[in-house]
Design a protein around this ligand. Structure first.
Ligand code: ZN
Length: 211
């Protein structure tokens, strides 16, 4: 059996706000660098449609690289809920650190509660926290799983991510629609075959996925 739970308890303790330590964006320098890149690519910045492009590109990149800070409040697992909590199909986008091109997809995040639980919506915020960065999908998957492990100390954690990389679909091998699947499993979701299978069934539906 599985499902999600309603959080009736008030927060008992708050973990430190989840933030990434990053240097602030130097907007002026970013705009200048985009202008230089466009010129180097042969563009004419005097052209009407391109005049504001350096500013727009710098702003778009900044937006893609800045997660919303959030308070990752956890709650005491007062009811002793001991079934898997899984949120499927959390949409995310990230920026490939090798090509600066986006990769987009869905994350399936689950955990087997121990002493503490976390609001369901926060699972999506954790994905966003690490996705809005220069990333590779493998590291992103691991970071989400490690964050949950550290902040919840659950009995198990499972993170499965499926994404299409535009650096793969628009250039290079040009395989549109190819999806990369990565996973990071900890604790009982990794080690207990029944729990692992339940997690995979819940996250991948009827598809036959063996990890
Ligand atoms: Zn890439």
């Amino acid at each position: 059996m599985s499902g999600v739970i309603e959080l009736a308890n008030r927060p008992r303790a708050a973990a430190p706000a989840a933030r990434r330590e990053r240097r602030p964006v130097d907007r002026e320098a970013a705009r200048g660098a985009v202008a230089q890149l466009l010129i180097a690519l042969g563009a004419d910045l005097e052209e009407e449609g391109l005049r504001e492009t350096p500013r727009r590109v710098a702003a778009a990149l900044e937006d893609m690289l800045r997660p919303e800070p959030f308070e990752p409040t956890t709650f005491e697992n007062g009811e002793g809920y001991d079934e898997l909590v899984v949120v499927r199909d959390i949409p995310f986008h990230s920026l490939c650190m090798h090509h600066l091109l986006p990769f987009t997809g869905v994350a399936h995040v689950g955990y087997l509660p121990g002493e503490r639980i976390i609001g369901i919506s926060k699972l999506a915020r954790v994905v966003d926290l690490f996705a809005r960065d220069l990333q590779v999908q493998e590291r992103l998957t691991t970071q989400v799983a490690d964050w949950l492990q550290e902040n919840l100390s659950p009995k198990g954690v499972g993170v499965l991510m499926e994404a299409e990389h535009s650096c793969m679909s628009l250039r290079g091998v040009q395989k549109v629609g190819a999806r990369t699947v990565t996973s990071a499993l900890h604790g009982l979701i990794r080690d207990d075959p029944r729990t692992r299978q339940e997690f995979l069934t819940l996250t991948t539906g009827s598809r036959d996925v063996h990890l």
